[in-house]
Design a binder for this molecule. Structure first.
Ligand code: S3P
Length: 429
């Protein structure tokens, strides 16, 4: 498709789609809790639909009403074998890893398949701890790529696991198995990662402790159905934050965005780069706020260390911001980017270079020099929603030529109304 280029100004208010990480977890915990869970603001996208369909196939009734989704929880270890013992997780890495954690403790054998992007993502990171607990989770080749076969074991043993990588998906897979396991499981993270699973276990009446980098949970626990309001996804908001900063004379208000501190690294980075953002109507308890962004001159910075897990999904759009910032931006300690929906270090570097930016990929990140005027380009989302959205925002900055995006449908993974919202901002809606 041809992208909109040379945007004049972007103005208006956007209500973002629900947070993807929280939406998956609300369905998952709702399914294994006892009683009904009401979810308000569940993300309506392809990835979350995979989780919903998977639990329907596993015997959970999920009712969609106009303003909410109701999950009729079956309670722990009450899932049924899917009809052909196969679940199709599409592009959804979070769904595959977290649901494998649930299934590891169920007396079922299930095969989980994915699309071509998911089939290239390593699953050994969850196989190792789950198998140490006594399950049999196996994939293909050295990194246990999907299809993944999960042979559950209803009497898992608790473990103490020092995670070699910072990954909320791995942590969550272990926690979901540990919830159903007799005894105390301890997880030690190298760097704290998003804590939605821990928060939600508490919301469902469960007991879990976090002390610095250490999380402890004693099972088995019975969760009780509850009500969840899913905030707007800060990872989707990031694209409008970048657009608002970079397109001249813009002012965008993003409503009810999730501001859980394990996710707000992007806000810290924008402030450090000199960007004009303001948080309004903060609801500290629900960790939500409206974010107002205005066009700004940016300067290059270094992004590294414990900040990385707090903005891992935002790094592609941050890299685009860096092409327009004065001086050098260095991104390091982000080797995990190489095993996302695409190798996001290589793909982002290639994409930005194709539009004239100065980018050097490194094994664990990239160096970007700016500001550089951007010209027309031909991009391919390659099954990666965030690459598709980076290309669409970059096109707004193109001063010469035309911009094209192949396979833009990847954006459906997390933000089906993306182009609709872009049009509204251009019409100052
Ligand atoms: C997620 C964790 C992160 C993130 C992904 C969603 C989650 O992945 O990149 O988009 O919901 O737990 P890792 O756990 O692989 O870092």
């Amino acid at each position: 498709m041809q992208l909109i280029t040379k945007s004049q100004t972007l103005q208006g208010t956007i209500t973002l789609p629900g947070d993807k990480s929280i939406s998956h977890r609300a369905l998952i915990l709702g399914a294994i809790a006892q009683g009904d869970t009401e979810i308000l603001g569940l993300l309506d996208s392809e990835d979350v639909a995979r989780t919903q369909t998977a639990f329907c196939q596993l015997g959970v009734t999920i009712i969609e009403e106009s303003d909410k989704v109701i999950v009729q929880g079956r309670g722990s270890k009450q899932l049924k074998a899917a009809l052909n013992h196969q679940l199709d997780m599409g592009n959804a890495g979070t769904a595959m890893r977290l649901i494998a954690g649930v299934l590891a403790a169920q007396p079922l054998t299930v095969s989980m398949v994915g699309d071509s992007s998911l089939s290239r993502r390593p699953m050994d990171r969850i196989c190792l701890p789950l198998n140490r607990m006594g399950a049999q989770v196996t994939g293909q080749k050295d990194k246990a790529y999907p299809p993944l076969r999960v042979k559950g074991q209803p009497n898992l043993r608790p473990i103490t696991y020092e995670m070699p990588i910072a990954s909320a998906q791995v942590k969550s897979a272990i926690l979901l198995a540990a919830l159903q396991t007799k005894g105390e499981t301890t997880i030690i993270e190298p760097v704290p990662t998003r804590n939605h699973t821990e928060q939600m276990i508490t919301l469902f009446g469960g007991d879990i402790k976090t002390d610095g980098h250490t999380i402890t949970i004693r099972g088995p626990q019975t969760l009780r159905g509850t009500q969840i309001r899913v905030p707007g996804d800060i990872s989707s908001a990031a694209f409008w934050l970048a657009a608002g900063l970079l397109v001249p004379d813009s002012e965008i208000c993003l409503k009810q965005v999730g501001i859980n501190p394990t996710r707000t690294g992007i806000l810290d980075v924008i402030r450090q780069m000199g960007g004009d953002i303001e948080l309004k109507n903060q609801d500290k308890q629900q960790e939500m706020a409206d974010i107002l962004v205005r066009s700004s001159s940016l300067k290059g910075i270094t992004i590294q260390g414990s900040l990385i897990p707090r903005l891992i999904d935002e790094l592609p759009i941050i890299a685009l911001m860096a092409t327009q910032a004065e001086g050098q931006t260095l991104i390091k300690d982000a080797q995990e980017l190489r095993v996302k929906e695409t190798d996001r270090i290589q793909v982002v570097a290639d994409l930005l270079k194709a539009m004239g930016a100065q980018v050097t990929p490194r094994p664990d990140g990239m160096i970007i020099h700016g500001p550089t005027p951007l010209h027309g380009f031909k991009a391919d989302a390659k099954g990666d929603h965030r690459i598709g959205m980076v290309a669409a925002i970059a096109a707004l900055l193109v001063t010469k030529g035309t911009a094209f995006l192949e396979n833009a449908q990847a954006i459906q993974t997390s933000y089906p109304q993306f182009f609709h919202d872009l049009e509204r901002l251009q019409q100052h809606g």
